[in-house]
Design a protein around this ligand. Structure first.
Ligand SMILES: Cc1cc2nc3c(=O)[nH]c(=O)nc-3n(C[C@H](O)[C@H](O)[C@H](O)COP(=O)(O)O)c2cc1C
Length: 323
């Protein structure tokens, strides 16, 4: 991967519209879909119900592109992964062993629930590796179930022995959810347990300098960026410049930011239609303008509109008000 900067999969956010913007801005080594339930995928197939939403437009999208899936049954996971690889030619299959959400971890005993069972994770990875060869299979994990029970080293070894191509460690435990700080020392310790598998660090990288600093301080082969990219999708190209030894590129102009927001909106409209897209922008647009003056007022205003023309007018008004 060049540069070794990965976009974190994020449900509800890292769809085709967002990835298109990231590709355009550059600097991302590997992009990923939102996570997909293998069980749901197979169920939909069996009933002829069409594709799950995260697969929207992936066929025509540029590569490289990773698909992320979750499940605790090796047969089902392997079947879904093999189908995805064959049908969509994904560059990488990433397996989720880090999601703490109730629906995934408790109800379905998948995602972060599996961190208690490194052997099971090894079995899941092994089955998917065999089913998808030669497509690389990676795993995304947390440090362990709790701070008292850090299993990332054993899990990482299990992933390596099963033929995993890389492992991403989010420096929090399941119990932490998103509280506190990501523990990069604990991420770095995982490296001692790996013989050949690249280690990708993840958690709380908020700026391009955080990214450069992570490579300088910790023995990671790559880093993954999630939430910061929702507000600063240009963080990848800025970080990539720092990694090349170039000076930090300037922040984008307001005109660029306005244009990217409108283009992003257009793609969300293409997928969801104007009404739903405008509602979704209540979630996306405030992140986009984070840190700018009057961002709070803008947020309050767009949360009151469902009309596309009104949304676009508020965007124009907001950016005009910046100068
Ligand atoms: C809204 C949201 C959705 C997420 N969805 C996923 C997901 O589908 N799969 C996954 O592995 N992690 C998911 N995560 C976790 C991120 O991939 C990442 O590990 C986490 O946000 C820490 O990285 P960051 O500090 O750079 O955001 C999600 C996080 C957020 C905030």
């Amino acid at each position: 991967m060049d540069p070794p900067l990965l976009q974190a999969p994020m449900v509800g956010y890292t769809h085709y519209a967002f990835r298109s913007l990231l590709r355009r801005l550059g600097g991302v080594g590997l992009l990923a879909t939102e996570m997909i339930s293998a069980r749901e995928l197979l169920f939909r197939q069996a009933r002829g119900k069409g594709l799950p939403a995260p697969l929207w437009r992936v066929k025509e999208e540029e590569r490289p592109l990773a698909v992320q899936i979750w499940e605790n049954d090796p047969g089902r996971l392997a079947e879904a992964a093999a189908w995805l690889v064959q049908e969509f030619r994904f560059s990488v299959v990433d397996l989720n062993f880090g999601c703490p959400a109730r629906q995934v971890a408790q109800k379905s005993q998948s995602g972060a629930y599996l961190l208690r069972f490194p052997e099971r994770i090894g079995e899941l990875v092994g089955r998917v590796v065999a089913a998808c060869a030669p497509t690389p299979v990676t795993a995304k994990i947390r440090l362990g179930p709790t701070r008292q029970q850090i299993t990332a080293p054993e899990v990482a070894q299990a992933v390596e022995e099963a033929g995993g191509a890389a492992i991403t460690v989010h420096g929090r435990t399941t119990q932490d959810r998103f509280g506190g700080q990501a523990d990069w020392e604990a991420i770095a310790r995982v490296k001692n347990y790996l013989k050949r598998t690249p280690l990708i660090g993840n958690g709380d990288l908020r700026s391009p300098t955080d990214v450069a600093e992570a490579f300088r301080r910790w023995p990671v082969d790559g880093v993954m960026i999630g939430r910061a990219a929702l507000s600063r999708p240009w963080i990848f190209r800025q970080a990539a410049a720092l990694l090349r030894g170039d000076p930090l590129p300037p922040e984008p102009t307001l005109a660029d930011r306005r244009q990217w927001l409108v283009e992003y909106y257009d793609l969300v409209v293409e997928h969801h239609g104007p009404k739903k897209a405008t509602l979704l922008m209540r979630r996306y647009a405030p992140l986009f303008v984070e840190g700018l003056p009057y961002a709070r007022t803008f947020r309050a205003e767009i949360c009151r509109t469902t009309a596309p023309e009104e949304f676009l007018r508020l965007v124009e008004q907001f950016f005009a008000g910046q100068s």
